[in-house]
Write a protein that binds this ligand. Sequence first.
Ligand code: ATP
Length: 319
Amino acid sequence: MNEPDRAVVTVDRLSKRYGDRSVLRDVSLRVHAGEVFGLLGPNGAGKTTTLETIVGLRRPTDGTVRVLGRDPSIDRRYVTERMAVQPQAATLFPTLTVAETLDLFASFYRDVRRPEEVLDELDLGEARRVRVKHLSGGQERRLLIAIALIGDPEIVVLDEPSAGLDPQARRNLWSIIRRQQERGTTILLSTHHMDEATQVCDRIAVLVDGAIAASGEPETLVREHAATATVTFEVPGRTTADELRSHDIPGEITVTAKGAVSLVGIVTDDPDAVLRRLTFSSGLRPRGFRVAHGSLEDLFIDLANRPASAAEGDRAHSP
Ligand SMILES: Nc1ncnc2c1ncn2[C@@H]1O[C@H](COP(=O)(O)OP(=O)(O)OP(=O)(O)O)[C@@H](O)[C@H]1O
């Protein structure tokens, strides 16, 4: 087990401006040892700028970034020996094979993992003799991740690792990330896929317009920000919203007639109370209950569409 509260990446009040354009404003976050931390946000929110500042490729205009206690733009060697970044596809040589490419990158490190083992973990064992220019998009992306892992880093930074992958390849990638976490690696990634954040991230921070709009465990954020659920069911014959309200059922009720039944939808923040009232006291003979809870996607859309001043209040929660 890792030390869960040891911060390996600390970002304090990071701001970045290009000329008079403000791209990041007061971004603060902590990534703890051994966790998978996700940076979420719509296009242009500042995810790449934040990650590139963390890896030392850009310097903050204001604020501080520390990786394992060091400034990554100054102690570059110390940091790059311990923190790996998934490179861009453009870094690869098209005529080298997969195995040759990994050997080349392995030669940059003092302590490396066995290339065959990394290739097998990334399901690239069978493609080891294929030239880079002949790889599929998914294989190329996995090779980029293999390159990030070959030096057995303490921290791995992945900028949109699932971009361009099909749903199955994305699921495979999530298993790879989880396996890497089990090896004790801390993983910092950016994504705009809500399902990815829910599936692989222990904690997330949502960046909107260069500022952190919310952060925490995905389930907690959903509970706090997307508290309502929708209960749907059907009732034989005809009923009305007024009749349901007369049974003291909490929530916003809509009723639609369909053939011999009435379809009912209730948006509520207390689905348990709705189900109790309906089954024990309404006498309505409801059936086919479904309860749909809010999702991270609802939260994301809500935060991305909120005016900047409304998101401001959430910043106090930044980790
Ligand atoms: N070197 C630069 N000079 C000026 N503006 C820049 C520079 N680099 C990034 N930006 C701007 O900063 C903003 C944030 O960009 P960034 O790439 O960090 O966002 P992102 O959240 O990673 O977006 P995406 O999901 O589209 O990759 C964008 O509006 C971008 O145009």
